[in-house]
Unconditional design. Sequence first.
Length: 350
Amino acid sequence: MPSKLSCFVITLLFAPFLSQCKSLQLLEQQPQATQQEANHTVSETTSLVRLIYFTPQDRPFRERIADQIELQMGVVQTFFADQMEAHGFGRKTFAFEIDGQGKTVVHRVKGQFPDKHYLHNTTGKVQKEISERFNLSKNVYMIVVDISDKYINRAMGFGTSHRGGQSGMLWIAKSGFQSRTIAHELGHAFGLLHDFRSERFLMSYGSFHLGSTRLENSQLSKEAAEFLDASRFFNPSRTFSSQFGPKIEIISSLEYPPNADSIRIIFELSDPDGLHQARFHTNPNITDKNLARFSRGSPAFKAAKRLTGQDMTVEFVYKLSKVDVQDLWLQVVDSQGHFGTKSFAVHLQK
Ligand SMILES: [Zn+2]
């Protein structure tokens, strides 16, 4: 099996005393080799990022774009390895699909219709065609869409995670074809939600002022790194058996008295695979109207707790805001990177 093989190669070359392929950080001195070894061919057991370059029927494939996709992915892969290492998790990163010769695979998909057809509801139309060729319920798919418009669905990119972290998709438009956007959308595809606590964070929108709209000036938060540490995409050689995400129950009241400035919310969590992390999210508070358009009603990270064991009671204190709707989300991930999300709202006592 390819996964076993590359595990063996790493172990043999750099740590002959280790029987388990558990730490890529042993390869610190040779990060290039790490990432080469980390990539895999597609199989039943691997969890990879697969790359698709989509062009409408009347637009040509451009070799340059396919090369760029490969190049950008290398940069993004290294970014995640550097950031995971900086947070003490070793040079863990995702793997992408390679062929039998070890070359990165960029699948070229020719659309059934001309460019005009894909200018509205781009993702829906392209996904319909792609799903005929690929099993989208496994792996993460990055789809670079080469239509004449520089946006798709009025955005530079989108990313979503499916099946509790077992699969995901990201869409990259012409205007989003740079490493910062790819890494951000990839974060969504792995299950990370927005995090606006710092404009330096990858899961924020970045800031021109800080230069953090560029990947080299962006950071993965400590909590995001801890989340990814359990992700199946950051452990491509491990076998995963988890079928269910964690169970999340709220055991405290969701009503607060008129003069309260905060509310304590208590959760009961359980998962037979072992709990890993609980992540508390609230409505984003973004002042920039243009950016708020993209994030309205979607969760923004506030705080996380590291979990251990199969059952835990966890408490978060939410500082009430003046906004009338107090939408909240708790995302809980187990030790196999399988997560569940519970959305709820707190309200004033009647
Ligand atoms: Zn985003």
